[in-house]
Design a protein. Sequence first.
Length: 283
Amino acid sequence: MNGRILKRALKLGLSLATALHLALVCFQQPGAPDTLSEYDAAVLADEPDVYWTMAGAESGSEIDLGDAGINGAYTGRPTETTLPNGDPAADFDGATQYFEAPDAAALSPATTGVITIEAWMRPDVLQFPNDESSGYVHWMGKGEAGQHEYVSRMYSLENTENRPHRISGYSFNLSGGLGAGSYFQDPVEAGEWIHYVLVINANATSEAFPNGYTKVYRDGVLRDQDDLSIRGQVIVPERGSAPFRAGTRDFASWFDGAVGKIAIWDTELTAEQIAAHTAAMTD
């Protein structure tokens, strides 16, 4: 049992059950963090299924502090950088480096019909040297040929769709093709940290969103919400076999920038929870 983690977790106000879980994980897993920040406590208090702090770039491995226990590993040894609160994060070179975790039920929106994916991302360039298609990179997601599930995307400054700075998230049918998604498109500076949250909810159907919806948040604020369909085609989440990756999704494009604090839930976080996470990093 890691007594230091236990004491820190309790001091930060986490429940005894959560504190004991963290202490046990950090005792059993080499490379686990030896301390927790107030931001970590804010995320862990909402009981994520998966939580990678992205502090393990130098060690080459990443420990899941969430309930699912899905550990991951780095390829190419990204460098370590710092988030706005001083916590470490992984900085990818935009060509060869990435993080990968194996396929698991907790990583698929098909498991419960709902998924919330949260991360901090920082583009270090605005024109990505290794982009794809019309000029974008997939900086995080789960999907390969015939096994598409979801992706987080950022467009290069110059692209053939006139979408400079656009940051988006898409849900796909396993076969791929067009995806249903949401986005924000604001001026972005290289080196700027952005709090990104993607929600896919196939269960919450309504008159406005008859097939469920996607949502995307920037810095704690809901920016877009769209029906889980595209041009008349309904998107139905299904479990694929592709791993989860950050820094790339399927090696077709590469993100030159940093990613930190990836957390995943099989429920939809409230707007208040998401805003509280942003505040925990920046206040």
